[in-house]
Design a protein around this ligand. Structure first.
Ligand code: UDP
Ligand code: MG
Length: 335
């Protein structure tokens, strides 16, 4: 059965299912070539999971046919699918936050649109939530990405685990499930540069991680280049901890103490042995430049924090919802 036939085949809601509503939030940025295949796999999984569900696609300012395809999917899904259309590209995590705001589920699952996260893993995430976890993260044990991405992620996970205080193998995997109160808290933070998995973990009491499959991107390219990844990591570090600036202060103190000792040594040398030879002058130059470089670095870091304060104080919206397609939230939820 083709995906179009499958979509067309959805007519009546499934028979009443027990359990609370599950929302699936999917950020979409130029994924036209993947969306029908995604829906063809996701929809049967949700129908089979035996509880009411809804899907929220967040179109993050796609320039291709993504929005049209999403609206087509929503039109055939009888209220089970809504499409949140953002006014422009705000980034994956902002798109997820937009979906969080609109969804109603007691459990909220996030997933990428490029089929790297197999939708078939969703029931396992839900089972882990049912065991009493607030957050369940997928762990891509066998990642289908380039080596540089895997290395960058390894570093990212170590740093994130440390600053969030919740160790996890895979903070970057967006195949995750959250309980409602976690989603509410994340939304209430209204952060401008939020990294959703880390923020959610910082509010969770019980966090679990389960190994999940990971496939190659079905079609198209990753939206993350090294620069975007580095930017995400820097936002994460400065957004969660004062550690970098504190480390700079400590190092500054150490340099100051060493510098004072060095100066005393030079004075003593001059008193007891007479003036320096030329070599010592160069040493002083080297020290001066070292201190200068250090100060510049410190200023840069302080600037990073001031920048963040500025962004928060400005209170500009993180995203702007232009329209919500599909049925009204009051409409009966598909089972
Ligand atoms: N995405 C998004 N906005 C962006 C970048 C990405 O909504 O600005 C979506 C994208 O469509 C996909 C998910 O976020 O569904 C993950 O993106 P991608 O696959 O490019 O990241 P990677 O798998 O390489 O980490
Ligand atoms: Mg991907």
């Amino acid at each position: 059965m083709s995906s179009a036939e499958k979509i067309a085949a959805i007519r009546e809601p499934d028979t009443a299912a027990g359990g609370s509503l599950v929302s699936v939030v999917i950020p979409v940025y130029n994924e036209a070539a993947n969306l029908r295949a995604l829906w063809a796999r996701l929809e049967p999984v949700l129908r089979a999971c035996g509880r009411p569900w809804e899907v929220l696609f967040v179109d993050d300012g796609s320039a291709d046919q993504s929005l049209d395809i999403l609206r087509e999917i929503a039109a055939g899904a009888h209220g089970a699918v809504r499409v949140v259309e953002l006014a422009r590209n705000f980034g994956q995590h902002s798109a997820i936050l937009a979906g969080f705001r609109q969804c109603r589920g007691e459990v909220v699952v996030t997933l990428d649109a490029d089929l790297q996260n197999p939708p078939e893993e969703i029931p396992r995430l839900l089972a882990a939530i049912d065991e009493g976890n607030d957050v369940v993260g997928g762990w891509r044990e066998e990642r289908q990405d380039f080596a540089y991405r895997r290395f960058a992620s390894h570093l990212h996970n170590r740093v994130t685990s440390m600053i969030v205080g919740v160790p996890m193998h895979d903070y970057g995997c967006m195949l995750r499930a959250y309980r409602r109160h976690i989603v509410d808290t994340v939304v209430a933070c209204d952060e401008k540069a939020a990294f959703v998995p880390a923020l959610a973990n910082s509010f969770a009491k019980r966090v679990a991680e389960i190994p999940v499959g990971h496939d190659e991107r079905q079609s198209g390219n990753s939206k993350y280049n090294l620069f975007r990844l580095a930017h995400l990591s820097l936002n994460l570090i400065t957004g969660f901890s004062l550690m970098p600036i504190q480390a700079v202060s400590l190092a500054g103190l150490l340099v100051f103490v060493l510098d004072t000792l060095f100066a005393l040594l030079l004075v003593a040398h001059r008193i007891f042995f007479g003036p320096q030879e030329e070599g010592a002058l160069w040493t002083l130059f080297a020290v001066a430049f070292f201190v200068l470089g250090f100060i510049l670095l410190a200023i840069g870091l302080i600037g990073e924090y001031i920048g963040r304060i500025y962004i928060e104080v400005r209170k500009r919206p993180t995203y702007i919802v232009r329209a919500v397609h599909g049925e009204e939230p009051e409409a009966p939820v598909r089972r």
